[in-house]
Design a protein around this ligand. Structure first.
Ligand SMILES: [Zn+2]
Ligand SMILES: [Zn+2]
Length: 289
């Protein structure tokens, strides 16, 4: 049985639509695939509707968290009740954060004496989702900075800059609690992904385990062999499940579906612990030429 518990579709930053993703998962010989888009469950309905026979869908999400002021900690959540109100509100807060965040940055600029108008920024963004490049363009128009890249400095919009506004991210302990309350299971994603600059300290993993975390993702493209061995040892000590997955993003990254997989016994344990939703067996959607 081949089980891949971490993939992204166009519902977040993947390039396959949810329908393409499940078809590609079946073509890649997977028996089980989890759809875990960033902070949203938007892709699940489409994936479910066309799920090929023989493929089981695990509904999930990857929640953006921040620990001790450091962002980029990702928490995989599986088989939670998507309608549980507190979790749903938190999830959407992160996903729909773009506009309020951009507005905050505009306000901060105004407080710094830059006469930038929100209406102008919104017009520059047009149909695109508004962000720092649009604000920077408005600053160029006003002659505040000579070019867009000159706005991405500590003086203005760079991370931690005077007019920068941070993304909303969950506290990981809240995430564990909320997912559990919604009947789901939590697995800390790629906790030792050095390349991404996001390494979760072992002490924090231990605290999360004590707070109800179910598992850690061990077999991931960003973990080398030594890292995997170390994480496996830590998981054994802390009584955590260990998973493996591709973190597939379609053509955005080179990783293949099923490049890393999860042990069937561990998958079984995850499904036993979850009470918020059941894995969806594929009934075979409409055939595509
Ligand atoms: Zn991630
Ligand atoms: Zn991911």
């Amino acid at each position: 049985m081949r089980i891949d518990l971490h993939t992204h579709s166009t519902a977040s930053d993947g390039t396959d639509t949810p329908a393409e993703l499940v078809r590609n998962a079946a073509a890649a010989g997977l028996d089980v695939v989890a759809l875990t888009d960033h902070d949203t469950v938007r892709g699940h309905a489409e994936a479910r509707a066309v799920l090929p026979e023989g493929l089981t869908l695990v509904t999930g999400a990857e929640l953006s968290c921040r620990l001790d002021g450091v962002g980029g900690l990702h928490m995989l959540a599986y088989l939670f009740d998507p309608d549980e109100p507190e979790l749903a509100r938190e999830r959407e807060l992160v996903r729909d954060d773009r506009v309020p965040r951009a507005r905050t940055m505009v306000r901060k600029l105004q407080e710094l004496g830059v006469p930038v108008e929100w209406e102008r920024v919104a017009r520059i963004a047009g149909d695109g989702s508004v962000g720092r490049p649009h604000i920077a363009t408005a600053m160029v128009e006003l002659g505040v900075v000579p070019s867009v890249s000159d706005a991405f400095t500590p003086q203005w919009l760079a991370d931690g800059g005077r007019a920068h506004a941070e993304k909303h991210e969950h506290d990981p302990f809240d995430a564990v609690r909320l997912v559990k309350a919604a009947g789901g299971v939590t697995v800390l994603a790629h906790p030792a992904a050095v390349k991404r600059g996001h390494v979760v300290p072992e002490s924090a993993i231990a605290e999360l385990a004590a707070a109800g975390l179910d598992g850690v993702e061990v077999d991931h493209m960003d973990h080398d062999e030594a890292t995997r061995a170390r994480l496996r040892g830590l998981a054994r000590e802390l009584g955590l499940l260990t998973t493996g997955s591709s973190d597939y993003h379609g053509s955005r990254k080179t990783v293949r579906l099923g490049e890393n997989v999860t042990d069937p016994e561990i998958y079984g344990e995850i499904t036993r612990r979850a009470t918020g939703a059941f894995p969806v067996p594929g009934a075979g959607g409409p055939l595509v030429p």
